[in-house]
Ligand binder design. Sequence first.
Ligand code: GDP
Ligand code: IMO
Ligand code: MG
Length: 435
Amino acid sequence: MNTYTQSLGQVVTVLGSQWGDEGKGKLIDVISEQYEIIARAAGGANAGHTIYIKDPQNPSEQLKFIFHLIPSGIFNENTTCVIGNGVVLELPTLMEEIDLLNDHGVKTEGRIFISDRTHLLFKYHRIIDGIQEEMKGEKKVGTTKRGIGPCYTDKIRRNGIRVHDLLNFEVFEKKYRANLEMFKHMYSDFGHGADTELAELKEIAERIRPMIIESSHFLNKAIEDGKKILIEGANGAMLDIDHGTYPFVTSSNSTVAGVISGTGIAATKLNNVIGIMKAYTTRVGAGPFPTELFDGLGKQIQETGGEYGATTGRPRRCGWFDAFVGKYSTTINGFTEVNLTKLDVLSGIPTLQIATGYKYMDEQLDSFPSSLEILENVDIDYIEMPGWTEDISGVRNYDDLPEAARKYVEKIEELIGCRVASIGVGVAREDMIFR
Ligand code: GDP
Ligand code: IMO
Ligand code: MG
């Protein structure tokens, strides 16, 4: 524990501030020892949150875990994990994660709770995700094909099926079959047999019965009782359905709004809102990416940073840090501080660039554009910063960073208008500088 994590408030939110994969899972894991409850608020198994822990059998080795649904605080045995009502939940994936944890000796019984209002995601959602992507052809979003969009569509269309429906399986089955019929009319018969999935879900329903709670009541009661809560965001601000690069976004609010609606915790109860920002930018899937690098340097960052999707394995597109994006996401989320991650990956690049703003038809833009046509044709203002050659992965005190690295961090703070309170310098828990 350090003075920074000790200084954090009772309800802390961790959010992605770029296009996802900023390193949310790692910070959650690192600071979770301070929290009794860790809650996921939005998104689904499109998220892939990576955690490295010391192998208990062989402490010189690190074990890698990727969670899609289970909150990343699960390795801290004193925490209770909650899957909030804003999540779209694919139960077999959750069960696989629970089994994996149990196989590694991590006790999950009595530690994982699911909101009764959480919408269930089924195999037909995955199939429809694939069909819709195909129908879009060249305009496809490049989704994770995890069924996220179709499941949220059901929620908004008001034919979604929620976790509490499982408690009466007969009623649940009727709703499931009615939806499937409707989709077969909408998309022609896509050959999905319901019986196998229903049989699997019937078994799972019994397993999760004791985990189902009214989560908003649970979380608000915990706050009243003085318990500390950490909320784990998924995806990233630029993938937000309202504020991101629409339509190349996910189907939920991955900004702070999704935390409030996805947990039932009031905005006035949120203390720190920590933005996770990679020291450069990555994006997986299609859509505009103004600072993307198409040369060997982009490839070098991809290799050094291990930039391959945690959910799909797709190579992540890489580019310079975009402070126009950073300032935008800081503003719409109200970040109280930033965790700058993967600074170590930039070691050895002689000159670094940071985007400070965009121009369109020679006019300086004062806000992030909504139109893709504009976004795809902006001229970017860059500043250059000298790089550093030292390996910084062993640095633990800010003052021990090379001067160029400190100047880079401080320039980012100035441009985004938010304090960088912590810096990631490697994948392991201890590879972190707290200021
Ligand atoms: P998330 O979705 O935001 O949790 O991020 P991902 O797990 O998808 O991707 C982040 C990747 O960067 C993971 O492989 C992490 O292990 C890794 N990572 C996180 N922080 C750092 C860091 O400071 N330095 C390095 N080198 N890797 C990091
Ligand atoms: P974490 O939580 C990176 C991207 C997909 C695609 C778009 C829509 O690990 O940061 P979807 O399957 O949600 O309909 O896909 O959003 N995307 C992510 N990219 N990290 C994520 O989550 C993402 N979740 C969705 O690649 O471009
Ligand atoms: Mg990820």
